[in-house]
Design a protein around this ligand. Structure first.
Ligand code: BEZ
Ligand code: MG
Length: 378
């Protein structure tokens, strides 16, 4: 029931704001969130496509049935399911169920304007010269033994030039398809992945923990497909990205930018958070630097970070002389990283600010370099 509420809220918000039903939702599935919510993420996906699990006499689910369009009261929404490597390791049977459900929906002889799974699968089958069943492939993950897109590593080490390089990492690593007709193998199927992803108008992920949110770990932006989809779509439009917060009884559906804004206000820009960090000393400055870098990661993958986040970070950690002194004393290496990241977000076009701010950052960067060199010499 909770799954239905989240999905209905998301679809209705999208319909109210865009005027039409979304055709395809690109979902990100993590193992931990599926465990903590007792399979709610799986239930959400089945509800998007209009399929219901049928428990056997022992309560185990290994069969599905189509929910009628009448009961559904809206079109079947197509999905592209981006499973983490952890999800793949833990829930291969659930990947199989989703694949079965997608194929059932694609094979249902219904009007195309009420069944986007069938509509897209037919288009893909015709364009790619494959069967409808082969085209109805929507469940993807990394190859066996592989876990992330590596976008997080590239961002953490600043080893990328163009956003397209990050998108290429995702496409080369996270396009291995589950196929219920051949469940022993997951083969790369980038063509079907891309042709399904390019129809996505929405992205969606559940947030399952009040403690760990979008800028706490690098894995969230690592799996975010927002700009990747914009790059694939014919119109180049970014999808609307939503995050469901299922950490409270009354689940909220927020846009990705709302969620990042909330997260930044709660942590990076919140005196309670950063003072707590800085009181713990050396490590605390590292935590600030890391969080700022993860925020850059979100700019790179989604563009959903507001300018004010960087502007206020600069006000808080750079413009305040007392603060600068503290950061320099506590941990000059991480302070240099904070300054470097602010220069990087500006250089990459993610933060517009005054020339004075940039000149100041450059000067401080130089001062920290001199200081660090001085320390190692002395
Ligand atoms: C997962 O639960 O699927 C997951 C955990 C940590 C990082 C990435 C994914
Ligand atoms: Mg960097």
């Amino acid at each position: 029931a909770a799954a239905k509420v989240v999905v209905d809220r998301l679809i209705e918000r999208q319909k109210a704001e865009q005027g039409t039903w979304p055709e395809t939702i690109a979902c990100v599935l993590w193992g931990t969130d599926n465990i903590k919510t007792y399979g709610e993420s799986l239930a959400q996906i089945l509800w998007f496509i209009g399929v219901r699990p049928v428990p056997d006499s022992l309560g185990r689910v290994n069969k599905l049935e189509l929910i009628s369009l009448e009961e559904l009261g809206r079109p079947r929404i197509d999905v592209v399911v981006n499973c983490s490597g952890v999800f793949r390791d833990l829930f291969i049977n659930q990947m199989g169920l989703i694949d079965q459900g997608v194929k059932m929906a694609a094979e249902a002889e219904e009007p195309l304007e009420l069944n986007f799974v069938r509509k897209h699968s037919q288009e893909q089958a015709a364009a790619q010269g494959i069967s409808l069943r082969e085209a109805a492939t929507r469940v993807f993950s990394n190859a066996s033994g592989s876990y992330s897109s590596n976008v997080n590593l590239a961002v953490e080490n600043s080893t990328w030039e163009e956003e397209g390089e990050l998108q290429e990492m995702y496409l080369s690593r996270k396009t291995f398809a589950f196929n219920a007709d051949n469940p022993g193998e997951m083969n790369q199927n980038r063509e079907v992945f891309e042709s399904a992803m390019k129809t996505a108008d929405v992205t969606f992920q559940n947030l399952d923990s009040a403690e760990i949110s979008l800028t706490d770990v690098s894995h969230y932006f690592d799996s975010d497909p927002t700009k990747l989809i914009a790059g694939l779509r014919d119109d180049g439009k970014a999808p609307t990205s939503y995050i469901a917060d299922t950490t409270t009884a009354n689940a909220q559906v927020r846009s990705l930018s709302e969620t990042i804004r909330l997260d930044s206000r709660t942590k990076l820009l919140n005196p309670k958070w950063y003072e707590g960090m800085l009181n713990s000393g050396y490590e605390g400055v590292r935590e600030v630097a890391k969080r700022l870098n993860f925020t850059l990661g979100w700019s790179a993958t989604s563009g959903a970070v507001d300018n004010f986040v960087y502007e206020e970070a600069n006000d808080t950690f750079i413009n305040d002389e007392e603060m600068r002194k503290r950061l320099m004393e506590l941990n000059p290496h991480s302070f240099r990283r904070i300054v470097g990241t602010l220069l990087e977000v500006n250089g990459r076009g993610y933060w517009e600010t005054s020339e004075e701010n940039i000149a100041q950052l450059q000067q401080i960067y130089q001062e920290i370099e001199d200081r660090i060199e001085g320390v190692t010499q002395g």
